[in-house]
Ligand binder design. Structure first.
Ligand code: PMP
Ligand code: GLU
Length: 395
């Protein structure tokens, strides 16, 4: 029999991050003492006032469809949060609430990209960007950044890759997987390029609150002239430890795009879960002190992880200024030939030491693996001790 799969489905690669997270949980379920550096999710419980809000919503009987693009209460909460944090004003019709920031991004790509259109993606990139762009039959144009320059993009290189088919540029600062927080002058240069070539900027700001060393996060839409060409994408997953609730949002003055993305959602998933929306209202409008507490803990863990990695012969790492990932250069370990790429190394680590990490390949760099520090200090020390043994074996 012939295959019934579309060429799109045949091209698609499954999410490597979610695959590792699932494997980690499955191994733990089998009683294996696995060190989980894979998961890109906070290990903290969702703050109790947020969980209580979800329960109260259920008790009020809010178990029906809501407006497709989110309840008025949640759109207001998003608008208020973005205004309070960044002084950016958005009206309800300029906001769309989806099932996670991932869903917002997928909706936007479908809304703006035609077959053959190009979108610029800076590498290393989050695993889902190129795949989502290809699902829209468009072309991800990968522009590398380098460890030697702290994974900060070179605006000249970006500009050199622009063609008449370029429609959008994707910005993700702080970045997954490198943790780099783009300096203000680089953001300004990217803004200049967007203006000059009339590009849409899709700014994935999911790690905006997870910034260390007193670093300053600037939302792209707040840069001069950028509000009307930026799609701000964010969500509650990382900031409020709410990954399972699946609530993300986008905001843009381009109401044609917001409306198109909402229409796409209306024909695919409909509204995000009503209970999750109620919880997100509380997250965005309730007390914010737990966020600061979590960030403090993440920063301590980051310091510990980077300090320990720097002691291990064979590894190098750029200290991440945000998010909760260390993107570790493991290329020296491939020289002996016992492992020859990031997937081999990740498999070796998992099989011989029960340490789960995400290989760099799906992020666009075979020279690296990604270790998440969204896990306790003891686990970090235990996992890095096992990694040190592996480095000794492989060097
Ligand atoms: N963007 C980046 C860079 C991420 O790391 C994630 C994590 N899953 C997301 C978007 C999507 O997050 P969510 O769908 O949970 O809101
Ligand atoms: N973004 C997180 C990660 O990179 C969660 C998994 C996913 O959606 O990719 O691990």
């Amino acid at each position: 029999m012939k295959t019934f799969l579309s060429s799109r489905a045949r091209r698609l690669k499954p999410s490597a991050t979610l695959a590792i997270a699932a494997l980690e949980k499955e191994m733990r379920g089998r009683g294996i003492d696995v060190v989980g550096f894979g998961a890109g999710e906070p290990d903290f419980p969702t703050p109790s006032h947020i969980r209580e809000a979800a329960k109260r919503s259920l008790d009020r009987g809010e178990t029906f469809y809501t407006p497709v693009g989110g309840t008025p209460a949640l759109k207001n909460a998003v608008a208020q949060r973005v205004r309070d944090d960044y002084g950016l004003d958005y009206k309800a019709e300029e906001i769309l609430v989806s099932c996670g920031a991932k869903h917002c991004l997928a909706n936007v790509f479908q809304a703006v990209l035609d077959p053959g259109d190009e979108a610029i993606v800076l590498a290393p990139y989050w695993v889902s960007y190129p795949e989502m762009i290809e699902l829209a039959d468009a072309v991800p144009v990968i522009v590398p950044t380098r460890e030697g320059t702290g994974f900060v993009p070179d605006p000249e290189e970006v500009e050199a890759r622009i063609t008449p088919r370029t429609k959008a540029i994707l910005v993700n600062s702080p970045s997954n997987p490198t943790g780099v927080l783009y300096p203000a002058e680089i953001l300004a240069e990217l803004a200049r390029i967007a203006e000059k070539h009339d590009l849409l900027v899709i700014s994935d700001e999911i790690y905006d609150k997870l910034v260390y060393d007193g670093g300053k996060f600037t939302p792209f839409a707040a840069l001069p002239g950028m509000k009307d060409r930026t799609i701000l994408v964010n969500g509650v997953s990382k900031t409020y430890a709410m990954t399972g609730f699946r609530i993300g949002y986008l905001a843009s003055t381009r109401t044609d795009i917001v409306k198109a993305a909402t229409n796409i959602q209306s024909q695919s998933t409909s509204n995000p879960a009503s209970t999750a929306q109620a919880a997100a209202v509380e997250a965005l409008t309730g007390p914010q002190d737990e966020v600061a507490r979590m960030v403090e803990v993440f920063e301590k863990r980051r310091n510990l992880m980077i300090e320990e990695i720097n002691k291990i012969e064979g590894l190098s790492v750029v200290k991440p200024g945000g998010a909760f990932y260390a993107f570790v250069n493991t290329s020296r370990l491939y020289l002996s030939g016992k492992v020859s790429n990031s997937a081999d190394l990740a498999r070796y680590l998992l099989e011989t030491r029960h340490v789960a990490c995400v290989p760099g390949g799906p992020f666009g760099s075979e020279d690296h693996v990604r270790l998440s520090f969204a896990t306790g200090e003891e686990t970090i020390l235990k996992g890095l001790e096992r990694l040190r043994e592996v480095c000794q074996e492989l060097l």
